[in-house]
Write a protein that binds this ligand. Structure first.
Ligand SMILES: C[S@@+](CC[C@H](N)C(=O)[O-])C[C@H]1O[C@@H](n2cnc3c(N)ncnc32)[C@H](O)[C@@H]1O
Length: 290
């Protein structure tokens, strides 16, 4: 168990990737190295990438042995550039194909539970929400500069929030009196209208990190990196992501690029949910390249 992040569907992902000794794997969402650690245990060689410098620092400290033995390479970057990052690190032709790639989407436990990162309405902190600390725009910038219509659009599209219009209205009214700078400032405006602030927080996080576009761009690039019979495993945590993955896999199949292994997504067992509440909404989809 990691103090940084509790890995989700670990056993199922390792089986899905069909990890073999000395084959190459890419963990596109390194986090606390939960999935990477399991792949290494099964003898795989891993390229782990993440946009968050804290994740890389944590894994760098905890996997020194595997790094010094060239079993694990770390890279900072956005998985939307997975093709370029893989090439730079000899995880792409001509250095040989990759046997499997895992995407475990969303935020890590560390990110959500760290008030300074501003992801959670449960802790007071700056309204930041950047996974990549070098991004120029934070959630508080969106809240400050977007028009009422643009806020409505984001809350509706990325949060499926039914009260999007009233919330956008209340934000515009509140910010004309005092800047909305913290998680609690925002939660206090949303809660009386919607009874929860989860959906708006999710929407802002997706917008700040351009999450849906990143995964849409990354999946075809990841598929290209795979060798014959290589596997793509994607774990998602909400319906917007899952819909994209499902559609992309169908599109790949229609183009005869491989086959869908999971007609229905693999979900977590009750036992795992008891230990880790975040695992509740996890869905794993697997695709095999031909
Ligand atoms: C759910 S956590 C992964 C946890 C990891 N599988 C484990 O078991 O420890 C997701 C991680 O992916 C990273 N991430 C999210 N979107 C990314 C992107 N577009 N490119 C690279 N990393 C990303 C986040 O910073 C976060 O550390």
């Amino acid at each position: 168990m990691s103090d940084f992040h509790e890995g989700v569907l670990l056993k199922e992902t390792i089986a899905g990737l069909k990890v073999e000794k000395n084959k190459k794997y890419i963990d596109a969402t390194l986090g606390g190295g939960g999935h990477t650690g399991e792949i290494l245990k099964h003898g795989g060689i891993v390229l782990g990438l993440d946009v968050d410098e804290d994740a890389l620092a944590y894994v760098d400290k905890n996997f020194k042995f595997q790094i010094s033995n060239f079993k694990l390479t770390l890279a900072r970057g956005n998985f939307r550039d997975i093709d370029r990052i893989a090439l730079l690190n000899n995880f792409a032709p001509p250095a040989g194909g990759v046997a499997g790639i895992i995407f475990d989407l969303g935020v890590s436990g560390y990110q959500i539970d760290n008030p300074a990162r501003g992801f959670s309405f449960q802790y007071e902190g700056p309204l930041d929400m950047r996974m990549d600390q070098d991004l120029g725009v934070r959630a508080l910038d969106l809240i400050k500069i977007l028009t009422k219509g643009e806020l409505y659009e984001i809350f509706t599209r990325f949060g499926e929030e039914n009260h999007a219009w009233e919330i956008a209205n209340a934000i515009v009214r509140a910010r004309s009196v005092k800047a909305i700078a913290t998680t609690r400032d925002l939660a206090k405006i949303i809660f009386p209208i919607a009874g929860q602030s989860k959906r708006v927080f999710q929407a802002l996080r997706i917008a700040v990190n351009d999450e849906l576009d990143a995964i849409t761009q990354a999946l075809p690039k990841a598929l290209k990196l795979l060798e014959k019979n290589g596997r793509l495993c994607v774990i998602s945590f909400h319906s917007l992501e899952d819909r994209i993955i499902k559609r992309k896999f169908l599109e790949f199949e229609e183009k005869n690029l491989g086959k869908i292994i999971t007609e229905k997504p693999i979900v977590t067992t009750n036992e795992e949910i008891e230990k880790n509440k975040r695992a509740r909404s996890a869905k794993l989809r697997i695709f095999e390249k031909t």
